[in-house]
Design a protein around this ligand. Structure first.
Ligand code: BTN
Length: 302
């Protein structure tokens, strides 16, 4: 080993020693009381995107409920083509394989958002809230995000870059895909300067909001338990998810501006439809629904 390589290896092991909550499948599984989620758990040290790994495992029906975690992603992705960047061992980065689905994409997306918001709960004294479709907010800043992708094998090959578009393309063609990958990123140990200057005003982490150090293993257990319970609830009675979403939404009863396929719409958010998405009373008159796959939430109107 050259001197430089030795220094790098030594530095890496120093960093590892400081991380006390490295993800470990056995620790996450210990006393995990879930029905469907987390029967199989894998932890990757580093991978491209956990959603890609999960999509591979989703080819086997027996992997329903499987969860893929990673300490680091080198090609993590967010909604609408954004990158999802995170330092090593700073976050919960995971993807859940959902093969046996009774829920449509919109309700599944709301269910995941409710489950993640409840997992984060009252960190730092404030209840985590949902900014439709899938941003989880703490004290007005984004602390977590969810990327729901579908695949429709064997009808057509899964194209990860097209994942979100596929959800709706399939619906229009009448093909009801039953396979979803729910990718979840929760910021845990980031500090202010972990985020780029541009996103610093809008991003936060659990540690920043609580002034303490979060325990990612405990959080992972709570997350899987919450997803498991809310999926079961949604399948039995979707209205319960809608009711909880209404309590946690930061947009309900507020003015919002949305970009739908590039066109801007402003109005009052009056509700959520479990199949069609956000319901807006438009300033220009009329009520219109906006689905998550084609809509971007713009900055709040002045
Ligand atoms: C968003 O808010 O834009 C969604 C972010 C989703 C990030 C997670 S991290 C784990 C999974 N793998 C990915 O590449 N993305 C999701």
């Amino acid at each position: 080993m050259t001197n430089n390589k030795f220094k790098i290896a030594n530095r890496k092991s120093q960093i590892e020693n400081q991380i006390t909550d490295l993800l470990d499948p056995d620790k996450i599984k210990a006393h995990l009381k879930t029905e469907r989620i987390g029967g199989k758990i894998l932890v990757y040290d580093s991978t491209s995107s956990t959603n890609d790994i999960a999509a591979e495992y989703a080819k086997n029906k027996q992997n329903d409920g499987m969860v893929i975690f990673a300490e680091e992603q080198i090609a993590g992705r967010g909604r609408v083509g954004n990158k999802w960047l995170s330092g090593r061992a700073d976050s919960i980065l995971c993807s859940i394989v959902l093969i046996e689905n009774k829920l449509n994409a919109e309700l599944l997306s709301l269910t995941c958002a409710v489950a993640v918001a409840e997992t984060i709960g009252r960190t730092g004294g404030s209840q985590a809230k949902i900014k439709w479709p899938n941003d989880i907010m703490l004290n007005g800043k984004k602390v977590a995000g969810i990327l729901l992708e579908s695949r429709s094998l064997p009808i057509s090959p899964f194209d990860s870059a097209q994942g979100e578009k596929l959800l709706h393309a399939e619906r229009r063609r009448g093909i009801k895909s039953k396979i979803y990958i729910a990718g979840i990123g929760i910021n845990c140990h980031q500090k202010k300067d972990s985020f780029s200057v541009q996103i610093q005003p809008a991003a936060t982490s659990l540690d920043m909001e609580s002034n303490s150090v979060s325990d990612r293993i405990l959080l992972a257990k709570r997350l899987l338990t919450s997803i498991d319970q809310w999926l079961e609830t949604a399948e039995k009675n979707g209205d319960k998810v809608i009711d909880r979403w209404r309590e946690l939404s930061i947009q309900l009863s507020h003015r919002v501006t949305l970009l739908f396929n590039g066109t801007s719409f402003t109005g009052h958010c009056i509700g959520i439809d479990p199949e069609e998405g956000l319901i807006i009373q438009l300033d220009t008159g009329g009520v219109r629904m906006f689905n998550a796959a084609h809509t971007i939430v713009a900055k709040p109107p002045a």
